[in-house]
Design a binder for this molecule. Sequence first.
Ligand code: FEO
Length: 403
Amino acid sequence: MKPIEIKKDIYWVGHVDWSSRDFHGYSLSPRGTTYNAYLVKDEKITLFDSVKAEAVNTLKCRIAQVCDLSDIDYIVIDHVEQDHAGAMPAIIEAAKPEKIFTSPMGLRTIKAVFGDVDWPIEVVKTGDSVSIGTRTIQFMEMRMVHWPDSMASYIPEDKLLIPNDAFGQNIASSERFVDEFNRAEVFRSMQEYYANIVLPYSPQVLKVLEQVAELGLDIDMIAPDHGLIFRGKEDCQYALDTYKAFAEQKAVKPKAVVVYDTMWHSTEKMAKAITEGLEREGISVRCMWLKANHHSAVMTEIFDAAAVIVGSPTHNNGIMPNVAAMLTYMKGLRPQNKIGAAFGSFGWSGESVKAITEWLEAMHLDIVAEPVKCQHVPGHDVLGQCAALGHAVGQAIKAKITA
Ligand code: FEO
């Protein structure tokens, strides 16, 4: 449990959660995750963030190899969500810091989460800074990236940005830097994290990126609170550019996601015929049955797809529970700039395609083809209509991408 020196006298003192698979209770973390905390040894020894409550001993152990816990003078709470602040009460109790810095919303959230604590809190806003000796910490509020209290800290003397959740990836590893790891996996993890956690706050991400550009921050290290650290100007620019592209949601691929649930395989047969139609148009397809694919894995695929085609049998005059859950999850994440379509089988009433279409319209998807519905088992005619739906969506995707 060594601390890792990431810059002279700046240490990673976080926790690697190798077994995390259920991130925050709603999203898969198939590679595990980390809760990163950073300790800066200067005239005022400063700790940035902590870890989950249950990992407090790991944090204490790593800190103890740099300094005594009671030597910590300042603590910065960039975000109060429990994966970063869960260990704070124990750390504050042991360290008895002189000052704790947090955003205005951070103070409100601390009171709501930890009660009426008597911590020595100093509220800081965007533009405020504090000297810790040879270094300065500049604070930048990042409201809604990921909570209203979220804040980034920047140390100009080290060109170091500590942006909390932003630029995070759920990767548990012995490596600490992106340049030591498989870059394709880093990109995939950034995508998974953004698609399932940051996506609804894309307008706020763009504002933060604009702010970083306006302030002319000279950055050669981005140390997020989850996953690997971006080291060197090239990798930092990569992180900034990747987030800009994610937040703009313009760079969709010639790709479609067919997502469905099924009772007696009729809707499944329809899904496969639609997939075939899309493939014949040269479209990359992910055909995802909701009993085989977690909603967060589906959302990651939807994130860079141009179209989402949703299928459900009619169940009790509505849609299947898994499809309702998927649509609820997707709507909350507010994906933009997508084409949509609906399909499904039914026994006697057949409301599912109408219900799905209403969901897609509520999400402002562009409905480019009539839904296909089928009573009981699809024959050649219906499967032909499904393939035609795939063709129509495929052509709309190509038109959209070349527009
Ligand atoms: Fe990693 Fe919003 O907490």
